[in-house]
Design a protein around this ligand. Structure first.
Ligand code: 13P
Length: 251
């Protein structure tokens, strides 16, 4: 049985002060929920404060990106070790916004994935097609390419420690959600690729989140699908009530 995992990706939202407020609101709302793994990924500058507030709670902390080198002259970058020592358990890698606006490629996602695993972080690897790619009938090809590119050379033991987030780009922040059938179809395809790469037992164990306009109103139906094991939540994670509503949809 895969334990559902719901993670909030705050993107470039919330100052440290606002983050403290949101964490304070969220903690009591989700206290006692053990059947769902819960995480939040605030901006880098909020991590230290958030980490203090999350100690001893059922909410794990994560970051939205990292660089693969351990240290050095890489102005503006953050290492895996910095995240670990700031209290992070998760790191989101290869989000479509990073691919679209910051030049990330399968090759750079792969380097980040290797470095994150070496540092003991649980990477959340994002894959997903654009609307243009879907309409051209290339959705599966693109997702397979994202997966093969990221996981090339990653061992089965390490692959088991990762989470995959299927985020169709056309559903992110648009209010357009993939239908449960559309999402399930792609999640099953992702699991098929994992089987090809690592065999049945790894493929059955890796959790695959859906992301893209997930809300309390549509979460339950999406999360009820056989191969949907959680959500990576953008907009709806910026309010404690709506994020909690989605988490409860996974119970
Ligand atoms: P929205 O939930 O705002 O569509 O964003 C999804 C996402 O990109 C999470 O990483």
């Amino acid at each position: 049985m895969r334990k559902p995992i719901v993670v909030g990706n705050w993107k470039m939202n919330k100052t440290p002060e606002e983050a403290v407020q949101l964490v304070a609101e969220l903690k009591p709302l989700v206290a006692g929920i053990e059947a769902v793994e819960i995480g939040i990924c605030p901006p880098f500058v909020c991590l230290t404060e958030a980490s203090k507030l999350l100690k001893g709670t059922n909410i794990g902390l994560g970051a939205q990106n990292m660089y693969w080198e351990p240290e050095g002259a890489y102005t503006g970058e953050i290492s895996a070790e910095m995240l670990v020592t700031s209290g992070c358990r998760y790191v989101i890698l290869g989000h479509s916004e990073r691919r679209a606006y910051f030049g990330e490629t399968n090759a750079t996602v792969h380097k980040r994935l290797e470095a994150a695993l070496q540092s003991g972080l649980s990477p959340i690897v994002c894959v997903g097609e654009t609307l243009e790619q879907r309409e051209a009938g290339k959705a599966e090809e693109v997702v397979a390419d994202h997966l093969r590119g990221a996981y090339e050379g990653i061992s089965a033991t390490d692959a088991q420690k990762t989470v995959i987030a299927y985020e169709p780009v056309w559903a992110i922040g648009t209010g357009l959600t993939a239908t449960p059938d559309q999402a399930q179809e792609m999640h099953a395809f992702i699991r098929k690729i994992l089987t090809e790469l690592y065999g049945d037992s790894v493929a059955e164990g890796v959790r695959i989140q859906y992301g893209g306009s997930m809300k309390p109103g549509n979460a339950k139906e999406l999360l009820a699908q056989k191969d949907i094991d959680g959500g990576l939540i953008g907009g709806a994670a910026l309010q404690a009530e709506s994020f909690t509503g989605i988490i409860k949809g996974a119970l």
